[in-house]
Structures are given as C-alpha cells and as structure tokens.
Design a protein around this ligand. Structure first.
Ligand SMILES: Nc1nc2c(ncn2[C@@H]2O[C@H](COP(=O)(O)OP(=O)(O)OP(=O)(O)O)[C@@H](O)[C@H]2O)c(=O)[nH]1
Ligand SMILES: [Mg+2]
Length: 658
C-alpha cells in the first residue's frame, strides 16, 4: 500500500525494458528493489503489488527500464491485478522478461514458465527463495532446467541480496525458448484455425489463440477494436466447435494438459533431500489457522498491538511529544519568534492562535498522530511480513461468507487498518465486481485507518476496557450487518476461497524498518499538507464567524442526537478532510476533560463510521466512478450519525458508565 508516489516518479524512457513476471508473493518487488534501488512495498502475502511500477537500473553501464508487475496465478486473468500483468505482456514491448519463480513451489511456477515460453518472449528464469527451498530439502537442478527450456537460469535469495549480479548478467541477453509442447489434436486443430485470424500483438498468435480458446473475456475489447465483426463471429464459432468435443470447459482441458507438461518437467528438475521439520513454526502454523484456537491467538495479537500502540505510542510517546517537546519548547519558542517577527495580530493568530498552523496543525500532526502511527506502522509491518495476515483470512473465511465475501476479502479489510485509500486499491485482487464493491463500501464505512485507529486507541487507553469493547463490538456488528445487507442488494456472486498461504517467517527487521520509514514519509507528505489546509479552513471559518454558525447549525445533531458538547463540531468538520484529524480533535477535548466515557464511546463510533477521508473518496471515484463514490458517501454519512444516536440512547438507557 501507500504507493501514491510511484506515479510522479515514473520514467518513460527509450531504454530497453526488463519486465519482472511471476506468481504472487515470490519476491518480484524485492528483486525490483535490488535492481533499481527504488523501494516498493514488499510484504508476505499475495497481492502486495496491484499496479505496475517502473524504475531504472544501470547494468554494464547501460540504462534499462525495469517493470514490476502484480503476481499472476495464470496468464488467463481472473482478477484485475492479473489483467494488468497480462496486458503489459500483450501490449508493451519487453526486451526481456524475467520470470521470478519460487524455488520451493516449482510446479506453480512452471505453470507460468510454459505460458511465457508459449508467448515467444525473450526470457530468463530466476529461481528465487533458494534459502527456503533448501530449508525444506528441495533442490532444483538449474542446469537441467536450463537445458530443457534452452533458457538461462539463475537462483537468488532476494532478502539476502544474493545472486543479483548473475541475474543482471543474464537479464541483458535473454533467449527465446524453442521448447514446444503440443495439446491434443483437437485443440491443436483449432489453434491453427484461430491463430491466423487474430490481430498482431507483442506475444505469439499461438498463445493468444489459447487465451481465446480458454474463454478469456478480458480480451474481448482488444479483439473488437482490432477485428471486424465477421472475424469475431468466425472465431466464436470455432471456439464453440472446439468445445463440443469435451464435457468440461475448454479452459479446464487446456489447464490440465499444461499441468501434465509441468509434472513432466518438474519430475526431471526437482530433487528432495530429507529435512527436519521445524517444530515451532509448525506449531504457529496450526494455532493461527485453527477454527477455535485461532480466535484466542487473534485476541493475543490484538492485545499486544493495543499495548504497543495504544499505551506506549499514544500514551508515553504522545505525552512526551505533546507536553515536553511541543508544550515546553517548540510552541513557546514559536510564540516568541512569531510575536517578535510578525507584529500583525491576524498573522500571529494564523500561526499560533487556537486554530493556528503551528499550534494546531503541526501539533496535531507531529505530536499526537505521528508517534501513534509510527508505532502502529511497526506493529503492522511485523504482521504483514510474518505471514499472519493470509492466515487470518483463512480463519475468518466463514465469518466473511455471511457478508457475501470470501476470506480473501480479509486482506483488503485488514490492510484498511493501515490506510483505507490503498486498501481500496487492493480490492483489485478480489475476483468479482460484487465483492469489490462490498469491500469498498465496508472500508469507507467502518474500517478505521492506522492514523485514526492510533488516536482512538490512545483515547481508550485512558478509559475503562468496557469502552473499547463497546466501540469495537459496535463497529464489527455494523460491518457485518451492512455487509449482509449489501450482499443481498448488490447483484453478482461470490467467488470461491482460494488463497495461497505463504510460509510463516520471522519478519526481517530491515524490511520492517524501511517500510515504516517509508510509510512515515508518505504520511508526512500526504497528511500534513491536508492538516494545514484543514486548519486554514477552520481559521477562516472562525474569523468569518462561519464556525460558530456551523456549530449552531450542527448542534441539534451533535448535542441532541449524539449528546456531545458543541465544541465537538469542529472535530467532525475536520473529519471530512482526514479521519485521524477529526479523531485528534476529540483527543484534545478528552484531554481538556470535556468528554465523559459515554461521550468518548459515542463520538468515536460516529467518527470511525463517518465519511471516508478525501483521499479515499478520490480512490473510490477512480476505481468505481463518481456515482458510486457519491452514493457511498451519501449512505455512510447519515448512517454514521444514526448509529451514533442509537448508541447514545442505548448507553444512557443501560447506564453502563455511571
Ligand atoms: N526467505 C526469503 N524470503 C523472500 C525472498 N524474496 C522475497 N522474500 C519475501 O517474500 C515476501 C514477498 O516478497 P514480494 O517482493 O512482496 O513479492 P511479490 O512477488 O512482489 O508479491 P506480489 O506483489 O504480491 O505479487 C516478502 O515477505 C519478502 O521479504 C527470498 O529469496 N527468501
Ligand atoms: Mg510485488
């Protein structure tokens, strides 16, 4: 997530291109980072990369353009991220394709290799994760593999930076494999009938004919824009004729015949030696996915995160930054300097007044939110890299079925806890438009992002445990209920749950560190300007007497419906810009003793459910269009107030916090 910045840095060069392709979670982005020196997200779950990233590398004093692609399970795309990769092979000239393969999982990799060979692309094979393969007693006969396919084969361990130089050497002189395998005579017959009708592309007609025969619908628009109606009809009639021979769909038949080739090659190149299974990781593997024990384990994980982020980050660190760094030093200095240098009162207030850029925006952004998000990012990166997230997906599959989703949707939902905006982009890994829409709505509605979550945890650190439980329980109930209803209302279907479980590993500290720094940098670049903008809006609204007016207008809702003090209005206004900014406002109200426990719970439930932040809204527009984005916002906003109001009444009635 968080790779907005990639866009601006994209380099369109004439340099020869090297394209990294392979299954999900095999280390493509890690290799990309080593080749280009540019960091892109590397995480231990499939679907980390959903868009292409370009970078430059200099190999033997020549410039090359390197392209990182989303992982694919097949080159007949099932989801949008896979389509991105297929399309780049189809439409963009690659001077070399590096097939990054997972050495411990060669069969899955070979399934891609033979399709890349079929495409007639200039290719080299990189056997990555050699460390994990040898830990499992798997040895790949590189020479034999190279001989069979007539391609250069190198092996690497990306996380230890091993083998990168040999990879560079072969990547600049790729070969086109002359390995050929045949399908049954019926399929071969129709390949040769369809192939000549197809438009020219960057890959062989034989491979596009096989895609067409496999019923690849994503090729339709490409075919329509390149071929006349007659040819398309002719192709369709060939596909139907070809299919008549079998009782199963053609795509299945073609896959089966490919798998046979894979088995055959795998038999020749994989050797196994005896190894001891590691007891500890085996134990964790069982516990984390266990239908019963998985839940207590999840609770322990959540508790640890709460201690680290809620207590240490939001308590100790924030106190230090707010009271000592800003309270005793920075703010008093700023006041002195500003007063000395700017004798105009309006300007002084703009910087150091109650809605001042320094006293409000920077204090919020740096003293309150930064320590919290930084600790959260560390905790989150550890969860990402350990391989726990996909296991959570497997465990929650059943719960997610209620919402018309499958366990795969857990990934974007949990990633939403990092940043809803990027998680919205990650929904591309989901297989059906229906699932994507449901997850996008749920993200916009009920999944607090890291910054907001951190502030929320910080506030609950000073409240009884029952408060955080009620907050979390309400959110989970609202999410499940909304998911359930949307599953009924939105047409379409749910796909089956197939998610490769990556191995559990000890997170690499350097990656956790780089990722955290990277996210902090992203936060400072994306969030702080918005904070300043928000403060300027509040400042002007205050000066133009709009703020008191808005507080008066909103007070029936804020005061009567939600039972909050009128001052909370400005927090909700800020919430429009950034979720965490709104929460930070509430944080200060609590510090000033203006909120009791019941009000803390109600205000936090409301602000968590409240409108998606501006960046998220733009992402929804990008992914689903303006109309859907506006509808989502129009639903989320009153719904949040409604739930907050109901909760307020219920808590008063139950009288829990007296
Ligand atoms: N042990 C080991 N781990 C590796 C190696 N290469 C990458 N990893 C880890 O594997 C995980 C996946 O790496 P990524 O680079 O994100 O994989 P990707 O192929 O880009 O994945 P997607 O973008 O999801 O398709 C990360 O946790 C890496 O740290 C390796 O050679 N050995
Ligand atoms: Mg990647």
């Amino acid at each position: 997530m968080h790779d907005h910045s990639n866009k601006q840095n994209e380099v369109e060069s004439e340099a020869p291109t090297i394209c990294l392709v392979g299954n999900p979670n095999v280390g493509k982005s890690a290799i990309f980072g080593l080749l280009t020196g540019r960091y892109v997200m590397v995480s231990n779950y499939p679907g980390t990369t959903v868009e292409i990233t370009k970078g430059e590398a200099s190999i033997q004093r020549e410039k090359y353009q390197i392209i990182d692609t989303p992982g694919v399970n097949s080159l007949i795309p099932m989801s949008e991220d896979e389509k991105v990769t297929r399309d780049i092979l189809l439409q963009k000239k690659s001077d070399a394709v590096v097939h990054v393969a997972d050495s411990k999982n060669m069969k899955r990799s070979l399934f891609i290799t033979i399709q890349l060979i079929e495409m007639g692309l200039p290719l080299v094979i990189d056997l990555n994760m050699r460390d994990e393969a040898s830990n499992r007693g798997i040895i790949i006969e590189e020479n034999k593999l190279s001989e069979i396919f007539g391609l250069d084969v190198v092996s690497t361990i990306a996380v230890q930076k091993k083998g990168i130089n040999s990879l560079k050497k072969v990547a600049v002189k790729p070969r086109v494999s002359d390995y050929k395998f045949n399908y049954d005579s019926n399929i071969e017959k129709y390949i040769s009938k369809i192939a000549p009708l197809l438009p020219e592309s960057r890959i062989s007609r034989r491979s596009t004919a096989l895609m067409v025969l496999s019923g690849d619908k994503t090729l339709r628009s490409w075919l329509i824009s390149n071929l006349g109606k007659e040819k398309i009809n002719l192709i369709e009639s060939y596909i139907n004729e070809a299919a008549e021979k079998y009782s199963q769909p053609l795509s299945y038949i073609i896959s089966q015949q490919r798998l046979k080739v894979v088995e055959d090659v795998a038999g020749k190149i994989i050797r196994k030696t005896a190894v001891q299974r590691k007891r500890l990781s085996g134990f964790f593997d069982k516990v984390t996915t266990h239908p019963v024990w998985g839940f207590p384990f999840l609770m322990i994980v959540l508790y640890l995160v709460y201690e680290f982020v809620g207590r240490f980050g939001a308590g100790t660190l924030v106190d230090f930054f707010e009271e000592v760094v800003f309270g005793e030093y920075l703010n008093p200095w700023a006041v002195k300097i500003v007063k000395a240098l700017l004798p105009v009162q309006l300007l002084q207030e703009l910087l150091i007044g109650p809605y001042g850029v320094i006293t409000m925006a920077l204090t919020y952004a740096i003293a309150i939110i930064l320590p919290i998000t930084a600790t959260f990012f560390i905790a989150f990166s550890i969860m990402e890299d350990s391989g726990y997230l996909p296991r959570l997906a497997a465990m929650l599959n059943k719960v997610f079925r209620i919402m018309g989703l499958n366990g795969k949707a857990v990934l974007p939902m949990v990633l939403g806890l990092g940043c809803d905006t990027m998680a919205t982009l990650t929904t591309r890994i989901l297989d059906t438009p229906k699932e994507r829409l449901i997850v996008i709505i749920l993200l916009a509605l009920g999944v607090p992002c890291s910054a907001q979550l951190g502030v929320v945890l910080g506030m609950f650190g000073k409240q009884p445990v029952s408060a955080v439980l009620i907050w979390a329980g309400t959110l989970v109930a609202v999410i499940i209920f909304t998911g359930f209803i949307s599953a009924k209302l939105i047409p379409g279907q749910r796909a089956d749950f197939i998610l490769e479980l990556p191995p559990l590993r000890l997170p690499q500290l350097s990656n956790v560190f780089i990722k955290t720094l990277w996210r902090i940098e992203w936060y400072l670049k994306e969030a702080v300007p918005l904070f300043i903008l928000g403060t300027l809006i509040l400042f002007s609204a205050d000066k133009l007497m709009i703020l008191p007016l808005a507080q008066e207008l909103a007070s029936p809702v804020i005061v009567s419906v939600l039972g909050l003090p009128a001052e909370a209005t400005s927090s909700f206004i800020m919430g429009f810009l950034r979720r965490d900014y709104g929460a930070a406002g509430l944080f200060q109200l609590q510090e000033q003793g203006l909120l009791n426990t019941e009000q803390v719970v109600v205000s936090l439930v409301t602000i968590t459910l409240f409108i998606p932040c501006i960046a998220n809204l733009f992402m929804i527009i990008k992914e689903k269009g303006f109309k859907i984005a506006m509808l989502t916002a129009a639903f989320v906003f009153p719904f949040a107030i409604f739930i907050g109001g109901v909760l307020h009444k219920a808590l008063l009635w139950l009288n829990i916090f007296e």
